[in-house]
Design a protein around this ligand. Structure first.
Ligand SMILES: *Cc1c(COP(=O)(O)O)cnc(C)c1O
Length: 445
């Protein structure tokens, strides 16, 4: 692999884009600012690899931020989209394929008795929260610090301040009155959860959680945490929403809820169920779902919801995953080997890291760890991560450009990809060690 790949065309596109699009990107994480470089413009992807606008190829661990569990440009998904395209792109009326996708989802996730399709994960969580409030007639919402549920006003809550505080808005433009109804508690902390329920139990409409967190980097739940959550919500009559937008069909065929034996009231989905096209979904107990319009009084709608191309892609993706029962075990093994290899090269280079992993999701945190919640994740050395990211990119490995994101392995990643990644990582950790020696003061605590 050639060191020092040119990114001149990406640079040129970025200059043009930033004049027309805020930051030059249509979603902030694509800006690569946290890793100190200009955004990479991608041109194509196939299998485990993507090619940028300058023609550089990378082994890709962004995976479209989750959807591409089968790899880029999967032939079955592409075929399904082409077939659907022949029949028309959008009707604004019901189509048979929507029943097929709903059936696949309900069969895979038993807690989902009825499901509504939307266009994104954000729409799914926004709608699930509204539904939970409409169903219970209550207002308060509990979320966990460091969990991300899309850019819904009431869910954009920063709560760096520990336990059970009424949070401040994290984003400008979200009035404090909106987030005043959101309580943020630390993840993996059953005592904080009990406190919030004993203080506000009968007013809590819903608790929303990423059952395996991906959005502060990969942070699995501690033993018993999800069970405690289920117990407290049931006792208080609050709706438990498992946000499986990232984890749904990622860690198992179905959701994390199947693996952990947790039955939520509502589940939100996205990413994989769209096969790389825009699809989200929320579903759960029929009794709750039947309060959605036109069956009930909770309004939620969408011009492009259940879009024929997106639904066709989603069906193809799920059918492909269902057809390959051994796929999840294989992904698990390959990602385990990768995670262990990364931890070992870091150790050999004298760089302390904590590698968290769940199935095919992983994060290398530049901190000794353990990383179990937002506070411990925040202890990671972001400068070290940026150095590691850049060194990997130079060697043809594209990671999510932030310390606080999960990387994804797909079924298209081969043992050879893993070997190449580990070879790059060996050099990248050495670069981190050299950098620390040169600038010892720069180490975050
Ligand atoms: C990605 C994600 C969302 C938001 O989905 P979008 O399609 O980006 O709106 C919500 N929840 C979780 C857990 C996610 O990972």
């Amino acid at each position: 692999m050639s060191p020092s790949r040119s990114r001149s065309r990406s640079k040129e596109l970025y200059e043009r884009a930033r004049l027309l699009i805020p930051g030059g990107v249509n979603s902030p994480v694509r800006a690569f600012r946290a890793v100190g470089i200009d955004p990479l413009f991608l041109a194509s992807g196939r299998g485990s690899q993507v090619t940028d606008a300058d023609g550089n190829r990378y082994i890709d661990y962004i995976g479209g931020w989750g959807p591409h569990i089968l790899g880029h440009s999967h032939p079955a998904i592409q075929r399904a989209i082409r077939e659907a395209l022949k029949r028309g792109t959008s009707f604004g009326a019901a189509t048979e394929a929507e029943i097929d996708l709903a059936r696949l989802i309900c069969d895979a996730i038993p807690s989902i008795e009825k499901v509504r399709l939307v266009n994104s994960g954000t729409e799914a969580t926004m709608s699930a929260v509204r539904l939970a409030r409409g169903f219970t007639g209550r207002s308060l919402l509990v979320k966990f610090i460091g969990c991300y549920h899309g850019h819904v006003d009431s869910l954009l809550v920063k709560a760096g301040s520990g336990v059970t505080t009424f949070a401040l808005p994290e984003s400008a433009g979200v009035p404090a009155e909106f987030t005043g109804l959101t309580l943020a508690v630390p993840f993996n902390n059953p005592d904080a959860l009990r406190e919030v329920f004993s203080a506000h139990g009968e007013k809590i409409a819903a608790v929303i959680v990423e059952p395996v967190v991906g959005n502060m980097g990969c942070v699995p739940p501690a033993d018993g945490f999800l069970e405690t959550l289920r117990e407290l919500t049931s006792r208080a009559g609050a709706v438990l929403i498992l946000d499986e937008v990232m984890t749904g069909f990622r860690l198992a065929y179905g959701g994390v809820q199947g693996s952990y034996g947790i039955r939520p009231d509502l589940t939100t989905l996205g990413k994989i169920i769209g096969g790389g096209l825009p699809v989200g979904a929320y579903g759960g107990r029929a009794e709750i779902m039947d309060t959605v319009a036109p069956e009930g009084p909770v309004y939620q709608a969408g011009t492009l919801s259940g879009n024929p191309l997106a639904v066709a892609a989603g069906i193809a993706a799920l059918e492909e995953l269902r057809r390959q029962p051994g796929l999840y075990a294989e992904l698990d093994d390959r990602t385990e080997a990768l995670g262990e290899g990364l931890a070992e090269s870091a150790r050999k280079a004298g760089v302390e890291v904590c590698v968290n992993r769940a199935g095919s999701m992983f994060t290398v945190f530049f901190t000794p760890g353990p990383v179990t919640d937002f506070d411990t994740a925040s202890a990671a050395d972001r400068d070290a991560f940026a150095c590691y990211f850049q060194a990997m990119l130079e060697r043809g490995v594209l990671l999510p450009p932030s310390q606080f994101e999960a990387a994804f392995v797909s079924a298209a990643h081969t043992d050879r990809d893993v070997e190449r990644t580990l070879r790059a990582a060996k050099q990248a950790f050495k670069a981190v060690a050299r950098r620390r020696k040169a600038k010892p003061g720069n180490r975050a605590g």
